[in-house]
Design a protein around this ligand. Structure first.
Ligand code: HEM
Length: 198
C-alpha cells in the first residue's frame, strides 16, 4: 500500500482525535520503522491493518466504521488532485463509471506501482447503480466511504449497501447505490454515529 494512504490515515486520526491519540496508535501498532512513511513508498498492507486495529481499540469504533470514515476523509482531501474531474456539475454515476480511468491515468502518474482496485458497472438506472468492486485488498468499507465522500461533495443523498458476489475470477463485492430522497438521506451520521460533523 502506498505511503500516501498511511500519511492520510495519520491525518485522519489527528483530525478526529488529535496528536496524542495518533502517537498512542503508532506506538501500539509496533511498526518496524516507527511510523515513518514517504508518500511514494510502498509498505505492507498488514501495517495498515495493524494501525486500524490499534485505532479501533483506542477510539472504541468498529473497524467498518473506521474504514468508512477514512474512505470519506480520503475522497474529500484527495479530490483537489483533479477538481474538474469531480466537478459538482457531474453526475455521481458518471464519476463512478470513470474511476478506473481516473486511477489508471491520473493516480498512476504519481504512483506508477499503486495497487488499484477495479470497479465494473453491473447496471445503471436513473436512481440506482450497481458496481462490482474488485481488489486484492477487499477494502469494502473504505470503498463505500469513498463513495459517500463523493456524494457529500456533489451534494446528493445516497443509500449504499454491499453484498458478497463471485464471478469466474473469484470473489468480489457488489455495491448498490441508490439516490435517496433528501429527507431519507442517511448522511454521514449513519456511516459512523460518533463522527463529528465536518
Ligand atoms: C470516487 C472516486 C474514488 C473511488 C471510488 C476510489 C476508490 C479507491 C479504493 C477502494 C482504493 C483502495 C485500494 C483497493 O481497494 O485495492 C483506492 C486506492 C487509492 N486511490 Fe482511489 N478512489 C477514488 C478517488 C481517488 C482520488 C481522487 C485519488 C487522488 C489521488 C485516489 C488515489 C488513490 C490512491 C493513491 C490509492 C492507493 C493505492 C495503493 O495503496 O497502492 N483515488 N481508491
Amino acid at each position: 500500500m502506498k505511503g500516501v494512504v498511511f500519511r492520510e490515515f495519520f491525518n485522519y486520526i489527528e483530525v478526529q482525535h488529535g496528536d496524542e491519540m495518533l502517537d498512542d496508535v503508532i506506538v501500539a501498532s509496533d511498526l518496524p520503522h516507527g511510523g515513518a512513511y514517504t508518500s511514494v513508498g510502498t509498505y505492507p498492507f498488514e501495517e495498515m491493518l495493524s494501525l486500524v486495529h490499534s485505532y479501533t481499540a483506542a477510539s472504541a469504533r468498529s473497524e467498518g466504521c473506521v474504514f468508512a470514515g477514512f474512505g470519506e476523509h480520503c475522497f474529500l482531501n484527495w479530490l483537489s488532485f483533479l477538481p474538474e474531474f469531480f466537478s459538482p456539475a457531474r453526475h455521481l454515476f458518471d464519476i463512478l463509471e470513470q474511476v478506473n480511468d481516473f486511477h489508471e491515468r491520473e493516480v498512476r502518474k504519481l504512483y506508477p506501482d499503486a495497487e488499484l482496485p477495479t470497479f465494473t458497472t453491473e447496471s445503471r438506472g436513473e436512481h440506482d447503480m450497481v458496481v462490482g468492486y474488485h481488489s486484492e485488498k477487499q477494502l469494502r468499507d473504505f470503498a463505500v466511504g469513498v463513495i459517500h465522500g463523493a456524494a457529500i461533495h456533489l451534494r446528493v443523498a445516497i443509500e449504499v449497501s454491499t453484498e458478497d458476489a463471485e464471478d469466474a475470477a473469484g470473489p468480489y463485492t457488489r455495491i448498490r447505490i441508490r439516490m435517496a430522497a433528501p429527507a431519507a438521506c442517511p448522511e454521514r451520521a449513519a456511516l459512523c454515529p460518533v463522527m463529528p460533523p465536518i
